[in-house]
Design a protein around this ligand. Structure first.
Ligand code: MG
Ligand code: FE
Length: 168
């Protein structure tokens, strides 16, 4: 159980870095979008959720007595997944951005599933509950993107077909 607790703390820190990176990518995407209002609004909403998620993770670390000062060391660190996807996000093309977002949400979903299992193994049921709440938000965002990818793609193709600016 002690080992599980140590692992939990480490993975909570990773999750915090993941959320910081999510915030950067989502904010960048929202600020660039000009012609896709529905997508931009949903992304902006998820920026708010993402900021709140980072706070919740900090509270979980406090609960573990881990403190949050160590998070500063993590600030510059990025997840490999985020690194791989950031090119698509900054590629400044709405369809690529949407599918990068969809992929990143699934990375988050998998991360919280592992965190929930680890929190339970460590006897930290409240932390497991918090992670379940965050998991629901990530799943909702992933589902929204899956449903709207065809809409966004069609809108992109229609704009391009009419020689209107389509990229963002
Ligand atoms: Mg998140
Ligand atoms: Fe997310």
């Amino acid at each position: 159980m002690e080992r599980a607790k140590e692992r939990l703390v480490q993975w909570l820190k990773d999750a915090h870095a993941m959320e910081a990176q999510a915030e950067t990518m989502l904010k960048g995407m929202a600020s660039r979008l000009e012609h896709y209002d529905e997508l931009r609004h949903r992304v902006e909403q998820h920026v708010q959720e993402t900021q709140a998620q980072a706070k919740k993770i900090e509270q979980c670390l406090d609960r573990c007595g881990a403190g949050t000062s160590a998070l500063k060391d993590m600030a510059g660190k990025t997840t490999g997944m985020g690194q791989a996807l950031s090119g698509l996000f900054v590629g400044d093309e709405v369809v690529k951005g949407a599918l990068a977002g969809y992929t990143f949400e699934h990375f988050e979903i998998a991360s919280y599933q592992a965190l929930i299992t680890t929190a339970e193994a460590a006897g930290e049921t409240e932390i497991a509950e918090v992670c379940r709440g965050i998991l629901k938000e990530e799943e909702a965002m992933a589902n929204w993107l899956r449903e709207h990818l065809p809409v966004v793609t069609r809108a992109f193709l229609a704009r391009e077909g009419m020689d209107q600016p389509a990229k963002r």
